[in-house]
Design a protein around this ligand. Structure first.
Ligand code: SAM
Length: 279
């Protein structure tokens, strides 16, 4: 009789607060014979603390092909493997996707565990009302490429979710302000850790807030930008708005009057007026 293939378990680990490891994740990490880790030295203390006897093998961005082959061989031999990254969910702006693809292609089961992820943790506390979100992860490190990527994202009506490192956060937020104008930025910093903070405001104000204090630029960041405002579909509202702006009325007053005259939604007209001003 042929031995059944064992499963690859994709296991999220805490972002900072160790209590965020789920009971199921603990059980898996204690029971599997192998743990494939992004950084075996980094994950060692966690496994030790759990009393896990698992042997570790490295699976990082520079050896993912080779790691995938080793992992498939273990699974085919009937030995289960848990895949972990340094923090959060493997494969989300982290190594893991190649391993999972190879394991699936080899016909071995992949079992995902739900758990910590900085993007969803930040979104849940963002207060952004967009119905949809687009997870982007890290933007390009070079300014020109970053601004070009942001320009491409500008028309989308989805909340945008970015990861950013502390040494680039200021320049990235400055670019966000240039490209997205008055849209709302949520800065979610050091989630689940001692200095967790979540700041929200129009982009120019959020940029000023970040600049004000160097401590606010430290740690790990998720940056969330509200989606592009819906176009005002009421032709009459837009017509009146343009007329009033053309007469030199301030944005707020023009939007208020255009809403009163046309019956269109004031908020949508206000967002539209800001966009028109920018154009
Ligand atoms: N796989 C991880 C996940 O599921 O969220 C993401 C790994 S990625 C290499 C690391 C980035 O995630 C950081 O640069 C930061 O943008 C974000 N991040 C991780 N931990 C965070 C935290 N505690 N607070 C805010 N952002 C965090």
């Amino acid at each position: 009789m042929t031995k059944e293939y064992a499963a690859l378990y994709v296991v999220p680990t805490p972002l900072g607060n160790l209590a965020d490891l789920t009971r199921r994740a603990e059980e898996i990490l204690r029971s599997v014979p192998w743990v494939a880790a992004e950084d075996t030295r980094h994950s060692g203390p966690l496994l030790k603390q759990l009393g896990s006897q698992a042997r570790t093998l490295p699976a990082h961005q520079h050896n993912e092909h080779e790691a995938a082959e080793r992992i498939v061989a273990k699974l085919r031999a009937g030995e289960a493997v848990a895949l972990i990254s340094d923090a959060g969910t493997p494969g989300i702006s982290d190594p893991g996707a190649r391993v999972v693809a190879a394991v699936r292609a080899a016909g071995c089961p992949v079992v995902p565990l739900p758990g910590a992820c900085a993007a969803t943790t930040a979104l849940s506390a963002s207060g952004l009302l967009d119905e949809h979100f687009l997870f982007y992860g890290f933007l390009p490190a070079k300014g020109g490429q970053r601004r070009q990527a942001l320009e491409e994202l500008r028309p989308h009506p989805y909340a945008l979710v970015f990861y950013e490192a502390p040494h680039r956060v200021l320049e990235t937020v400055a670019d966000l302000a240039t490209v997205f104008g008055e849209r709302t930025l949520v800065i979610a910093r050091e989630l689940t850790k001692l200095f967790e903070s979540i700041h929200s405001g129009p982009l120019p104000e959020a940029l000023a807030w970040l600049r004000e204090d160097a401590n606010r630029q430290r740690g790990e960041f998720v940056l969330l930008v509200s989606g592009a405002p819906a176009a005002v579909d009421d032709g009459e509202g837009e017509r009146v708005l343009k007329l009033l702006l053309g007469e030199g009325l301030p944005v707020k007053q023009a939007a208020k009057l255009a809403a009163a005259i046309s019956g269109a939604a004031k908020n949508a007209l206000y967002e539209r007026a800001l966009a028109l001003k920018k154009e």
